[in-house]
Design a protein around this ligand. Structure first.
Ligand SMILES: C[S@@+](CC[C@H](N)C(=O)[O-])C[C@H]1O[C@@H](n2cnc3c(N)ncnc32)[C@H](O)[C@@H]1O
Length: 218
């Protein structure tokens, strides 16, 4: 979803950062879409090695930086910041420091990284720039819209796709129900792609509702 959306954004032709890059799929998509430069950020050395190798295999120019969200690029600004961060609601209030949980878990409501990224992004966006991220409806669409407004970004839901809960979320459905994050008996979620633009950003006004897609990565 994010890769398809980023290809439609005029900002993708400028300087692009892919935060929580993982295998580098979004960074490579941005390079292929004509980005002037692409910076792929991750806390994991292994993820950045994979990103470097995948970029090489795909003939894409991608610069890798290791660090916690945008702290990896102090003082740098971008036209587009894209992120598919870990956003699963976890049993633990703290972020995991290592292991596979670091790829998925993001605090009790799954918003630890989403909220921090939204707060950091305006300092790293050029005028007209855009932050675009995705998360599940379980994390709260309204919370993201409010956080973006609070950070001075104009929010827009670029795409929503409804489908069954992913396997990790389905496995903790009872706990999520008990915590009020999932309505009783519901086993579906929406994956949302939400943009937050600085004033004068060029919005993409097509909002898609795709029903029957797959669940989120979790
Ligand atoms: C959901 S995966 C990313 C998937 C990838 N962006 C994609 O769309 O295919 C999560 C990645 O976030 C990274 N990550 C977790 N916490 C991070 C943080 N605080 N700062 C930067 N990267 C982080 C993990 O190491 C992992 O590679």
């Amino acid at each position: 979803m994010l890769a398809a959306q980023l290809r439609r954004l005029p900002q993708v032709r400028g300087d692009v950062a892919d935060v929580c890059t993982g295998s580098g799929a979004l960074a490579i998509a941005a390079a292929r879409a004509g980005a002037r430069s692409v910076t792929a950020i991750d806390v994991s050395r292994r993820a950045l090695l994979a990103t470097g190798a995948n970029a090489l295999l795909n003939g894409a120019r991608v610069c890798t930086r290791r660090g916690f969200l945008l702290a990896a690029v102090p003082g740098e600004a971008f036209d587009l910041i894209v992120s598919n961060p870990p956003y699963l609601p976890a049993a633990d209030a703290e972020l995991p420091e290592r292991g596979s949980a670091r790829h998925t878990e993001a605090g009790l409501d799954g918003r630890l990284l989403v909220d921090r990224l939204i707060a950091e992004a305006p300092r790293h966006l050029r005028p007209g720039g855009l932050l675009m991220l995705c998360h599940s409806s379980l994390n709260g669409e309204e919370a993201t819209v409010a956080a973006m407004r609070g950070a001075g970004l104009s929010p827009i839901v670029l795409e929503r796709r409804q489908g069954p809960l992913g396997p990790l979320l389905a496995g903790r459905a009872a706990a999520l129900e008990a915590r009020g994050l999932l309505s009783r008996g519901v086993r579906e979620e929406e994956v949302l792609v939400i943009g937050g633009g600085l004033p004068n950003f060029a919005p993409v006004l097509r909002i898609e509702l795709v029903v029957g897609g797959r669940g989120a990565g979790g």
